[in-house]
Design a protein around this ligand. Sequence first.
Ligand SMILES: C[S@@+](CC[C@H](N)C(=O)[O-])C[C@H]1O[C@@H](n2cnc3c(N)ncnc32)[C@H](O)[C@@H]1O
Length: 296
Amino acid sequence: MLTREEIQDLKRTDTSILGSLVKEHKSNGSYVINVLENLGRLPKQFDGSWLVDLLSSENEGIRFLVVKNMGKLSNESYLPLLSKVAKDDTDTNVRREAVSAIGRMRKSNLKQILFDKLKDADPKVVCQAIRGLLVFKGEVEVDERLKQLINHQNEMVVAVIRKEFFATGNIKIEQAHTESYNYLKNVAVHGDTIETMNLLKDESIHLTFTSPPYYNARDYSIYPSYKCYLEFLRNVFNEVYRITKEGRFLVLNTSPVIVPRVSRSQLIFLSESLMQNWKTKTFLAIGINPFFLILI
Ligand SMILES: C[S@@+](CC[C@H](N)C(=O)[O-])C[C@H]1O[C@@H](n2cnc3c(N)ncnc32)[C@H](O)[C@@H]1O
């Protein structure tokens, strides 16, 4: 096994020997991993051609480290390979590392690859693509694509987008607490609740009264799973929280009987997730059946 110092020396003096040694010990996973882990910073002229073969390794740890080292090189000639890995690798960490490597190149012509990765099934990969695209924040297309993710089913993705585009921190409240904006008076809006609330200013609403959709009791309930349903409601109530004035109210008309034989804990899950932040704004849940719950 090579020591870290030997690897560092070979890296600086003769990369091809390093490549040959790795090739020779290809079947020895720990040998290869040891080299890949100890490469450290790579000089610009580093010849990484011997890394390419290792991308077909069955060992996902090796593939991960190969991609990581390719990323350090920031060399566009590896792009087709990295895109393929980002698209096809079976391991999430490897895919994510490939997206990270592409993002770190900070090249405008690579945005489309990152846009495609926003649709990845794994939220960690999506978050990595977001990170890469945030370099271009302020560009209309990038902002539009990213803002759409406020409706993403994963909370991690929503949290990032909320922070970047819908953050409530450091907002300046422009009106007296008791007042309301005229543009909100005597107005009925027909639209998606989250999209509509996105248009409202922070801390602009005194009272929200809502009877949210049921999970599966009516045909407008189109949620693929109970988890997705709760995610939807979480996103809704995060927005309600944002637009509610300090000390003002949300009244929630709800029922714990969402699925057959539901336990009380399922309603508590919903209310707990709502209550986390609702400290100085009041949350009131009223039930529409005997299991009603009032929280003030
Ligand atoms: C339990 S019902 C409440 C009905 C309401 N109280 C009324 O009197 O019309 C839930 C309503 O939410 C609507 N809804 C479901 N998803 C929505 C969304 N994303 N944006 C806006 N409304 C939605 C449904 O169409 C349904 O009319």
